[in-house]
Design a protein around this ligand. Structure first.
Ligand code: PPS
Length: 306
């Protein structure tokens, strides 16, 4: 894509959820996507640990074979279902339509927007959730560096949008919300369905605390047995530092005019508790109050420190 064609997207609503405007153009194809029982969906709110989980899953499926997993960048190996960023770009749905199952598919769609075929076919679904304070910090830095995402504006306003995001229509553009909508509704939606459907619900903080344990849980869910050696190998290959150095896992294949690495890296810090460097005491108090109220109907055991 030529530099001059690149502009930050605006948001447009689909069934009450703000999405990047170009994504709306391919929405009908996404909605009609045919999933198969052997497909696997990795779904998250943006910046909750998608890429990390994708790398773990690909390694499990290939018996810990690092070379095999380096066959292509993450977004080619495991396409992003709903992504469509601009004229001339290659939408995720076009990649997926050309692939045969079993496919590993990435999505950030809230549960009510997922194509019905995932549930009808009984595909396995891995959901990864991250505590909202670290999640919003990570999303803020991503929106600063990703020249396709809407302009994040100053931190205080961004935090407000994360907490109270509303899909309000000013003329034809939707503002005051973040792409993919409310974090609160997203994490609750999958939590409430996890025992009724084929969903493994994971937490970023658990993965940081004990990656071997969480990798074993994923392997079991996928019906794979990992020897001690392979497990240890996967733990090593999927540390923050290893992935940051791996050109097939660190999104360095995305041109610098799209991911501006002078602003922030895609693999930025990978920590639990970085929110302490961003939320002022006043912001933290307001966030806590709002969090308790908003999550009172659905207790999910988020941890803000480990
Ligand atoms: S995206 O764009 O939504 O797909 O981003 P996503 O991959 O979900 O989230 C990116 C954040 O995950 C961190 N990350 C990791 N942390 C620890 N260990 C490993 N291996 C790892 N891989 C990715 C990444 O650094 C982003 O978080 P922040 O806090 O911004 O660093």
């Amino acid at each position: 894509m030529a530099f001059q064609e690149l502009t930050r997207c605006t948001l447009q609503e689909v069934e009450g959820i703000p999405l990047l405007k170009p994504m709306v153009k391919t929405w009908e194809r996404v909605k009609a996507f045919q999933a198969f029982p052997e497909d696997l969906l990795i779904v998250t709110y943006p910046k909750a640990g998608t890429t990390w989980t994708q790398e773990i899953v690909d390694l499990i499926l290939h018996g810990g074979d690092a070379e095999e997993v380096r066959r292509a960048p993450t977004d080619i190996r495991m396409p992003f279902l709903e992504i469509n960023t601009a004229k001339g770009s290659h939408p995720g749905i076009s990649q997926l339509e050309k692939m045969d199952p079993p496919r590993v598919i990435k999505s950030h769609l809230p549960i009510q927007l997922l194509p019905k075929s995932f549930w009808e076919s009984g595909s396995k679904v891995i959901y990864v959730a991250r505590n909202p304070k670290d999640n919003v910090v990570s999303y803020f830095h991503f929106d600063r560096m990703n020249m396709i995402q809407p302009e994040p504006g100053p931190w205080s306003g961004y935090l407000k949008k994360f907490m109270e995001g509303q899909c309000e229509c000013f003329w034809i553009e939707y503002v005051n919300a973040l792409c993919w909508g409310s974090w609160y509704e997203h994490v609750k939606g999958y939590w409430q369905e996890k025992d009724k459907r084929n969903i493994l619900y994971l937490f970023f903080e658990d993965m940081k605390e004990n990656p071997a344990r969480e990798i074993q849980r994923i392997a079991k869910f996928l019906g794979h047995h990992l020897s001690e050696d392979i497990l240890n190998n996967i733990v090593q290959l999927t540390t923050f530092d290893a992935m940051r150095e791996n050109p097939m896992a660190n999104y360095s294949s995305i041109p610098g005019n799209i991911f501006d690495r002078k602003v922030s890296d895609f693999l930025r810090k990978g920590e639990v508790g970085d929110w302490k460097n961003h939320l002022s005491p006043e912001e933290n108090a307001a966030f806590e109050k709002h969090y308790v109220e908003t999550m009172s109907d659905c207790e999910i055991p988020f941890r803000f420190v480990i």
